[in-house]
Design a protein around this ligand. Structure first.
Ligand SMILES: *Cc1c(COP(=O)(O)O)cnc(C)c1O
Length: 359
C-alpha cells in the first residue's frame, strides 16, 4: 500500500470549535464546512461538529450533501440561492439563505413555500464582493419583511482584511455595519476566523469560523498552535528511497537543486497529484522522523525529494510529515507562496484518509 495518508483528527476539531466559541465570548457558531470542509471531508468531520449551532456552506449542493450525511443542523447557504427552484428545497430541508442581490429578493417575492425561510441580509461594508451597500440595507430589509416566504431576518457582513490587524479597513467595516445594525436591530454575524482571533469588538451574536476550526491561523506570522488550536489534517508519507548525491549533482526535474557538497537525499511517496503544491521551492519545511528537514528540487507528480544530510541513519520506510502535526501548513504555504486554505482544500482524492477520534 502506498504510504501517502491524510490523518483527520476529530478530537482536534472538537477542541478548535470550543476554542472558537470561547474566544468569541460564547457567541453562537456557524461552523463553516464549504469546499468539503476545507478538504477534510464534510461527511467525515460531522461527528466533531455536533456542538455547532449551525453549519455554513457556499451552495445548496454542499448543504444537500450534509443532509445526506446525516447532519441535523440548520445550514446557511452563504451565497444564497443561485436559482429560484432552490427555495422550496431550502424550506423543506431547513436551509437558511444569505441574500446579497436584488435578484434574490425577487426570487423570494415570487416564492410560495411550505414554511418561511430564515434569511441573512448580506451587507457589503467595504470588501466589494457580495452584499447590499449599507445605504440600500433598509430598503432590502423592507422588501424581505414584506415577503410571505421570509421568516426570521438576520444580518451579516464579511471582512476583507481582518487578517491584517493594523489595517484601518476592518475598523471602517465594523463601523459601517454597526450603523446599519443600529437602524435595523437584527441579530448580527460579522467574523470569519481572523475576526474571531483579532477583532473581539466584532464578535456579535454569531461567528462564522472556517479555517481556525481546522487548526490553522489566518493571521500573518502565526500558526494554529500559536493560537491554541490543533491541526486537524496531518498529511504524511514515507521515504521510498535514500541516496547519496555527489557534490555538483542535481536532483529532480530540471535539475533546479544541486548539491554543493556530498549530500544524502530521500525520495518521498507524495507529489503534486496528492495536493502538495508544485510551486513549493527547495527549502520548504518537512519533518522526517519527526525532525525538521526541507524539500530539495522540483516537486514531481507522485514524489518529492528531501534533504537527509543531517540524518545519516534515515532509511526507506521512515515517516515524513508534509504538513500538520509538528509542521504547520501555514509554513509550507508561506514557502510555496500561497495560503494554508489552498493546501487543505487541495488534498487529492487519491490520498488515503484515516480518521482519528480519541475520546
Ligand atoms: C469562507 C467564509 C467564512 C469562513 O472564513 P475563514 O477565514 O475560513 O474563517 C466566513 N464567512 C464567509 C461569508 C465565508 O465565505
Amino acid at each position: 500500500m502506498r504510504p501517502a495518508k491524510a490523518l483527520i483528527d476529530l478530537g482536534a476539531l472538537r477542541h478548535n470549535l470550543r476554542e472558537a466559541r470561547r474566544r468569541a465570548g460564547g457567541a453562537k457558531v456557524a461552523a463553516i464546512v464549504k469546499a468539503n470542509a476545507y478538504g477534510h471531508g464534510a461527511a467525515r468531520v460531522l461527528p466533531a461538529l455536533v456542538e455547532a449551532d449551525m453549519l455554513g456552506v457556499a451552495c445548496i449542493e454542499e448543504a444537500l450533501a450534509l443532509r445526506e450525511a446525516g447532519a441535523t443542523h440548520s445550514v446557511l447557504l452563504m451565497e444564497g440561492p443561485f436559482e429560484a427552484d432552490e427555495l422550496p428545497l431550502c424550506a423543506r430541508l431547513g436551509f437558511e439563505i444569505a441574500v446579497h442581490d436584488p435578484s434574490q429578493l425577487a426570487m423570494l417575492e415570487a416564492a410560495s413555500l411550505e414554511r418561511p425561510l430564515t434569511v441573512w441580509l448580506d451587507l457589503d461594508t467595504g470588501m466589494n464582493r457580495l452584499g447590499f451597500r449599507p445605504a440600500a440595507a433598509a430598503a432590502a430589509y423592507g422588501r424581505l419583511r414584506d415577503c410571505a416566504a421570509v421568516g426570521e431576518i438576520r444580518m451579516m457582513t464579511h471582512f476583507a482584511s481582518a487578517d491584517e490587524p493594523t489595517e484601518p479597513a476592518t475598523r471602517h467595516q465594523i463601523e459601517r455595519f454597526a450603523q446599519a445594525a443600529q437602524e435595523l436591530g437584527l441579530a448580527r454575524s460579522i467574523c470569519n476566523s481572523a475576526g474571531v482571533l483579532a477583532w473581539p469588538e466584532a464578535h456579535a451574536e454569531w461567528i462564522r469560523p472556517g479555517i481556525m476550526l481546522y487548526g490553522v491561523s489566518p493571521l500573518p506570522g502565526r500558526t494554529g498552535p500559536d493560537e491554541g488550536l490543533r491541526p486537524v489534517m496531518t498529511l504524511s508519507s514515507a521515504l521510498i528511497e535514500v541516496r547519496d548525491v555527489h557534490a555538483g549533482e542535481a536532483v529532480g526535474y530540471g535539475g533546479t537543486w544541486r548539491a554543493s557538497a556530498p549530500a544524502r537525499v530521500g525520495i518521498v511517496a507524495l507529489g503534486y497529484a496528492d495536493g502538495y503544491p508544485r510551486h513549493a521551492p527547495s527549502g520548504t519545511p518537512v519533518l522526517v522522523n519527526g525532525r525538521p528537514s526541507t524539500t530539495v528540487g522540483r516537486i514531481s507528480m507522485d514524489m518529492l525529494a528531501v534533504d537527509l544530510t543531517a540524518q545519516p541513519d534515515a532509511a526507506v520506510g521512515d515517516p515524513v510529515i508534509l504538513w500538520g502535526q509538528g509542521n504547520p501548513a501555514e509554513l509550507v504555504a508561506a514557502s510555496a507562496g500561497t495560503v494554508a486554505y489552498e493546501l487543505l482544500c487541495g488534498l487529492a482524492g487519491r490520498v488515503r484518509v484515516e480518521l482519528r477520534d480519541d475520546p
